[in-house]
Design a protein around this ligand. Structure first.
Ligand code: G4P
Length: 190
């Protein structure tokens, strides 16, 4: 997606050989117009798939998933990263380990918002090792629904996430694929 790549090139900050900081438009301050274009692009890529619901994870996933839900006219459900006392038996949950942040989260969603028989599009902001997406897919499968695809805003193609998702049988659509960070610059995969 050209607009997204241009934004990454102009505002993205390569922190080290593995981390791209995009807090001026995605992870802290949010560019609503860019998010709207991201939503349209997910809609275009998954049109005709019969998606009935979008599933994402707090916090940055929400900003990317909401405009897609608006374009597709489907609800957006986000998983929480901490168990709430209210959730207990009424919720699906799975553990997700973040290699980037070195923390394990209990990813949780209320069962009533994820009934069986839905056709789900999973959306997230970054794909690194694939732990978050695999965790969300695990929850969808616990619920008896189908993962139609996984939509990612920024994929770091040099990390194993994409291959892990494909090996697990999922369709992955990433709007920007980063092949490497070289001399402080972002090299795109395509
Ligand atoms: P994985 O799900 O693909 O395995 O990714 P990983 O655990 O390694 O990453 C966990 C968190 O780190 C996620 O944020 C993810 O978006 C973020 N992350 C991974 N790589 C990068 C990167 O290069 N740049 C930035 N800016 N973030 C990265 P999170 O904990 O879910 O945070 P948030 O959504 O609450 O902001």
């Amino acid at each position: 997606m050209k607009l997204l790549k241009e934004k990454i090139m102009s505002e993205g900050l390569v922190l080290n050989d593995a981390i791209l900081k995009v807090d001026s438009f995605l992870n802290h301050q949010i560019d609503p117009e860019l998010m709207m274009e991201i939503g349209k692009e997910f809609h275009r890529r998954f049109s005709g798939c019969g998606i009935t619901k979008i599933f994402t994870i707090e916090s940055s996933g929400i900003a990317c998933a909401l405009p897609a839900g608006l374009c597709m006219h489907v609800p957006v459900v986000f998983a929480r990263k901490q168990k709430s006392a209210l959730m207990s038996s009424e919720a699906y949950s799975t553990k997700v380990y973040s290699f980037t942040k070195k923390v394990t989260s209990d990813v949780t969603v209320l069962k009533k918002f994820l009934p069986a028989g839905e056709k789900i599009l999973i959306i997230d902001d970054f794909l690194a090792n694939g732990e978050a997406a695999l965790g969300l897919a695990n929850i969808v499968q616990q619920a008896g629904s189908e993962v139609v695809g996984i939509g990612i805003v920024i994929e770091k193609s040099f990390q194993p996430g994409r291959q892990r998702l494909i090996d697990a049988g999922f369709r992955v659509e990433s709007l920007a694929r980063v092949q490497a960070f070289k001399d402080g610059k972002v090299i795109f995969a395509e």
